[in-house]
Design a protein around this ligand. Sequence first.
Ligand SMILES: NC(=O)c1ccc[n+]([C@@H]2O[C@H](COP(=O)([O-])OP(=O)(O)OC[C@H]3O[C@@H](n4cnc5c(N)ncnc54)[C@H](O)[C@@H]3O)[C@@H](O)[C@H]2O)c1
Length: 129
Amino acid sequence: MDSEKNFLVTGGCGFIGSNFVRYMLENYQHCSVTNLDKLTYAGNPDNLRDLEKDTRYSFIKGDICDPEIVNKAMENIDIAVHFAAESHVDRSISRKGKLVKFTISAQEMRERIYRSLKRYWSYSERINL
Ligand SMILES: NC(=O)c1ccc[n+]([C@@H]2O[C@H](COP(=O)([O-])OP(=O)(O)OC[C@H]3O[C@@H](n4cnc5c(N)ncnc54)[C@H](O)[C@@H]3O)[C@@H](O)[C@H]2O)c1
C-alpha cells in the first residue's frame, strides 16, 4: 500500500477504531490519521492518549451527522475509514428512535464522504498528483 496517505477515521476512539489508528501509525511511517469522533458513551479518548504528541495524528471532536464538520474534516483526505457507530445492542433496543436517526444520517454522511473523495480524486488526476 502507498503509505503516504491522509486517513480520516470516524469513531477512532472506539474499540475497533482506536486499534486501527494505532496500527496505521505504528506500521506506516508516512501516513497521517485524522480521527473524527463524537465521544459518545462508547468513545474513550484514553484509548489514544499516548498518540497526542504524534504530529501525524489529529483529533476532531464532532458528529459524523454534521455536514459542516464532515466537510471540514475531509479536507486533504485520501482515504476515509468509517467505524463510528451506535454499536451497543441493548441501547439500540431501548433507544430505537435515536438509532434510526443515526443510521439515516450516517448513510448520508457516507455518501457525502464518497462525493468529497470523488471530487478530490478527479482534481488530483487533473493536476497529475
Ligand atoms: N467490536 C467488534 O467486535 C466488531 C466486530 C465487527 C464489526 N464491528 C463494527 O465496527 C464498527 C465499530 O465498532 P466498535 O466495537 O469499535 O464500536 P464502539 O462502540 O467501541 O465505538 C464507536 C465509536 O463511534 C463513536 N461515535 C458514535 N456515534 C458517533 C457520531 N455520530 N459521530 C462521530 N463518532 C461517533 C463513539 O464515540 C465511539 O468512539 C461498528 O460498525 C461495528 O458494528 C465491530
